[in-house]
Design a binder for this molecule. Structure first.
Ligand code: ADP
Ligand code: MG
Length: 593
């Protein structure tokens, strides 16, 4: 057959742009968020690069974003003092649809193995810029990169398939660094050229952008001005010395335009916890971690002394899905800042043990170097101290939920994170005394509501020394085991371990408030009611029966014995003193498959 020929796809670029923009954005208001995000990314890139190239900041302009509206001409202008673009970057970034300079930057940062200012950057798809055409007929971008000594102007129109780039020659329009983007609004969208409208949008969408955002506002203040007296009045005043001294004034309103800061530049964690509302914490959480649900709890604190840092921690409303999540957490749950500059959220147990990997939050330290790498984090003494404090605070926060008047709060927590805490019992003996009070189990006296070990201990009989438990695969089968009979008869409470991990976790704890955990299915269970006389009689009477049963069962059982532990069932299979419990055997079997 003749060779196949290869063709490049042809596209009507202007239509494609229209399609992209209109299908991606159902709400045209978002244009401002996209453009502010780009400005913020540009500032972040500059800030990040200036850590190693301080000369980039030689033009001492503040790192900020300014938005100016002109309602007479129907324009909105967004100015940032960020990294700007060279001519080539204008072609690559704004002239190529779906090309993201930010994604490239991120890739370069990653390739340089430098865990850097990465995921603060918002852009990645390379289409955000075109959202400007949702509301504009024409967009003009004037930009100056510190890499170039020239300033360039990119100009494009809605529904056009070409754009222009020229050098900025008008010295009046020169900027020291950054980008100045002007939108010429469509007729129907001229309403955006009002400072109030812009201010509302910024508050809604870009509240936590980490650079100051200013809008150009008309302001007024009242002023007392002296009034020229008419001669007649003056003469009258002459006669009365008192009034002469009192100058005649009137109140006027002076109007002027000025920049007004509208977002919260001071990160929420730097504020005084007493002045931050729960709503603000929740809002920050949802915004920062892309969450829809409010967290179950939050904790905002500062630590002083050896290591100083500030942090806000959260317990998310729901645990991550997936079975492996708990054992191999690859979260981006903790965002580390150094002096308010975002450093990394790529941690692997450095700041929290894996059983607390579900905790989300921000940590801001002044004591770490800006260019901390993974290796530094792992070895740093400062990080070890931070970790200890963070873990303690996380426990306090969880304890707080458990002390809530609303029992449901902790039930919800336990449902989501009970497994994590049990894993903690196994992996973190150092924190046993913090973990144990947080555990919850069903029990023979509370099958609908889980109880804490404290509640169990409170409910113990005066002569009771141990905490009794039975492992089973469900509350129902626990309830029906013959082992329970005697204990129920004696009104002793028994904990139900229905999660396979329960027994292992409890074994690690060994005891709680000096009370041992005792498996009621064990051979040597002693309820303190031995009657040796009676046992002797029984042994004599049934000794032969036991021998006969043992013979019939052979080595399927270790021994057959008379027992006093049953009240209505004729016999029961128990675990030997040193062997595995039946539940453990089930567990081992399940694992060896
Ligand atoms: P994204 O933000 O997803 O990368 P955009 O379409 O929003 O895509 O922007 C395309 C690219 O244009 C950005 O990645 C960035 O390199 C460049 N850019 C956009 N706005 C600015 C700006 N204000 N300053 C510097 N570069 C910018
Ligand atoms: Mg963008």
């Amino acid at each position: 057959p003749p060779p196949a020929e290869k063709y490049e796809y042809q596209a009507e670029v202007s239509r494609l742009m229209d399609l992209i923009v209109n299908s991606l954005y159902s709400n045209k208001e978002v244009f401002l968020r996209e453009l502010i995000s780009n400005a913020s990314d540009a500032l972040d890139k500059l800030r990040y690069l200036s850590v190693t190239q301080p000369e980039l900041l030689r033009d001492t302009v503040d790192l900020d974003i300014r938005i100016q509206t002109d309602k007479d001409n129907g324009t909105v202008t967004i100015i940032d003092s960020g990294i700007g673009m060279t001519r080539q970057e204008l072609i690559d970034c704004l002239g190529t649809i779906a090309q993201s300079g930010t994604a490239k930057f991120l890739k370069a940062v990653k390739e340089s193995k430098d865990s850097g200012a990465d995921s603060n950057l918002i852009g990645q798809f390379g289409v955000g810029f075109y959202s400007a055409f949702l509301v504009s007929d024409r967009v003009v971008v004037s930009t100056k990169s510190p890499k170039s000594d020239k300033q360039y102007v990119w100009e494009g129109e809605a529904n056009a398939s070409s754009y222009t780039i020229r050098e900025e020659t008008d010295p009046e329009k020169h900027i020291p660094r950054g980008t100045c983007l002007t939108l010429y609004l469509k007729n129907d969208d001229k309403g955006f050229a009002h400072p109030e409208r812009i201010q509302k949008l910024v508050k809604n969408y870009s509240q936590f952008v980490s650079f100051p955002i200013y809008t150009w506002h008309e302001k007024g203040f009242t002023k007392e001005v002296e009034v020229d007296d008419d001669p007649a009045e003056a003469k009258k005043d002459d006669q009365d010395e008192k009034t002469e001294k009192k100058k005649r004034t009137k109140t006027v309103v002076e109007r002027y335009w000025d920049w007004e800061l509208i977002n919260e530049t001071q990160p929420i964690w730097l504020r005084n916890p007493k002045e931050v509302t729960t709503e603000e914490y929740n809002e920050f959480y949802k915004k920062t971690f892309n969450e829809f649900l409010d967290p179950l709890a939050s904790s905002h604190f500062t630590t002083e002394g050896e290591v100083e840092f500030r942090s806000i921690l959260y317990v998310p409303a729901v645990a991550p899905m997936g079975k492996d999540e708990i054992l191999n957490p690859k979260t981006k749950n903790i965002r580390l800042y150094v002096k308010r500059v975002f450093i990394s959220d790529d941690f692997d147990g450095e700041l929290f043990p894996r059983y607390l990997s579900f905790i989300k939050g921000v940590v801001d330290s002044n004591d770490l170097p800006l260019n901390v790498s993974r290796e530094i984090l792992q070895e740093s003494r400062i990080v070890r101290i931070m970790r200890k404090r963070l873990v303690r605070k996380a426990f306090d926060m969880i304890l707080g939920i458990s002390l809530s008047e609303n029992r449901e709060d902790y039930e919800k927590f336990w449902e989501n994170y009970g497994k994590y805490l049990k894993l903690g019992c196994i992996e973190d003996p150092e924190n046993h005394k913090r973990l144990a009070p947080l555990l919850r189990f069903f029990s023979s006296q509370s099958e609908d509501e889980m109880i804490s070990l404290d509640e169990y201990v409170e409910n113990m009989k005066p002569e009771q020394k141990d905490i009794y438990f039975i492992a089973a695969d469900s509350v129902n089968s626990a309830k029906n085991t013959p082992f329970l009979e005697r204990l129920i008869e004696k009104d002793l409470e028994v904990l139900y371990f229905i999660d396979p991990i329960d027994e292992v976790a409890i074994q690690r704890l060994q005891s709680y408030k000096e009370k041992n955990f005792v498996d009621i299915s064990r051979e040597d269970l002693d309820l303190g009611d031995k009657n040796e006389e009676k046992e002797k009689v029984m042994k004599q009477e049934f000794g032969q029966t036991c021998d006969w049963i043992k013979k019939r069962l052979g080595n399927k059982v270790a021994s057959v014995q008379i027992s006093n532990r049953l009240s209505s069932s004729p016999c029961v299979l128990v675990s030997g003193k040193f062997g595995w419990s039946a539940n453990m055997e089930r567990l081992m079997k399940a694992q060896s498959v």
